[in-house]
Ligand binder design. Sequence first.
Ligand SMILES: Cc1cc2nc3c(=O)[nH]c(=O)nc-3n(C[C@H](O)[C@H](O)[C@H](O)COP(=O)(O)OP(=O)(O)OC[C@H]3O[C@@H](n4cnc5c(N)ncnc54)[C@H](O)[C@@H]3O)c2cc1C
Length: 441
Amino acid sequence: MVRALLTDEGSRRAAATDRSGHRPATLPDAVVRATTVEEVVETLRWATASRTPVVPRGAGTGLAGGSSARAGEVVLDLSGMDRIVAVRPDDQVAVVEPGVLTADLDAAAGEHGLFYAPDPASAAISSIGGNIATNAGGLRCAKYGVTREAVLGLDLVLADGRRVTTGRQTVKGVAGYDLTGLVVGSEGTLAVVVGATLRLRPRPAATATLAAHFDGLVAAAAASAALTAAGLQPSVQELVDAAGLEAVDAARGTALRSRGAALLLVQCDGHGARTEIDAVAGVLAPFATSWRATADPMEAEELLAARRAVLPALERTGDVFIEDVAVPRSQLAAAVAGVQAISARTGVRIATVAHAGDGNLHPVVVVERGTPVTEGAPWEAACAVFDLALALGGTLTGEHGVGLLKRTWLHRELGEDSLALQRGIKAVFDPLGILNPGKGI
Ligand SMILES: Cc1cc2nc3c(=O)[nH]c(=O)nc-3n(C[C@H](O)[C@H](O)[C@H](O)COP(=O)(O)OP(=O)(O)OC[C@H]3O[C@@H](n4cnc5c(N)ncnc54)[C@H](O)[C@@H]3O)c2cc1C
């Protein structure tokens, strides 16, 4: 018997959408706040029997409308399944429930001299289950790869309530098709993640951090591309434009904007961190107006915290739609120049922050509070950015997922044959279309 079935309006409203700016016109019928696998199984058996669509939900920090729900649907909230079941330093793995916050896992790994590499800027507020379902990226992903690289195995509940274990406990293994990799990034449309075995890594022996300032975003993006072309591999390579710096200064009382119109934040780690950061400085020097390196962990953490604060700081200045396109890294400067041109042409304010080491840009459309971001001029500007990314050989989404908002664009990137194949896969996992209908593919 599911104990945590909530039907009051407050609970339904709280679980109705994510942080994408999408506002569903109606509320879901109910919210199940599961705390055990058995409750998830029971919920999905009931949903299959009654043909009721179910929207899995982690922490609700998604930026694509993936966990948005409406009338006729039931939200399956997994945030209460938040136990770190085991951290096994000998094998460098952790076993967790889906509601564990990303930063909490990293902290638990830290007690054993290890770390959990994928670190979305939302690490303090997003769940591992949501990270797996969106294949989240983050600041350190430039060197260590995105969530998929860290997921060894999954415990799943299928739409009809069957439990399935995929993957393995080992760091290698190729038995059968890679169902783990398939479920990672499937946005709650194939199965509900109720447990995960995750890869941890040894904490780097040393880090060195460099903040470089530029007189414009295009110069900073060109400098970032030059680092990649030079064969350097920093663990962090993050770009923030003038609008982002101004918002952070206003929110945190810093003076980053006074140092330049764009910031490139670079961190190298490992035994050779200082040598590598010297090489980084050599590549950036011809592009930058100033730069400063530090080996002080406190100062480095301050800079990283400023970078993580960009999106919340912009959210203080208006309603936002956070885009997530990625381009080949050699095209980064062309991409940021294109975004600036779109902003000038449409008159829509767009701030840009980027996981530059991955070629992953977040152009942030900022509108006056109460203005819809998914229609009119803001949405036209957003669509122009999608066009730009595809024209540069890129993708509609580097890490946030397709969700609800980019679904109509998907065929442009994948083509009809690939899309048909993906719909076939969905039908194998979920023939009745119970799980998160209308999202992803
Ligand atoms: C300030 C801010 C900064 C951000 N920075 C980053 C960043 O750097 N990198 C990045 O990748 N993202 C970033 N995000 C986006 C967001 O945090 C990620 O997409 C995150 O992975 C979502 O996790 P969540 O727990 O909030 O999931 P939710 O928003 O609750 O759900 C996201 C999707 O996952 C599905 N889902 C959730 N849990 C499960 C489960 N257990 N089983 C099956 N499906 C499930 C949902 O149905 C939905 O489709 C940021 C968001 C904010 C607000």
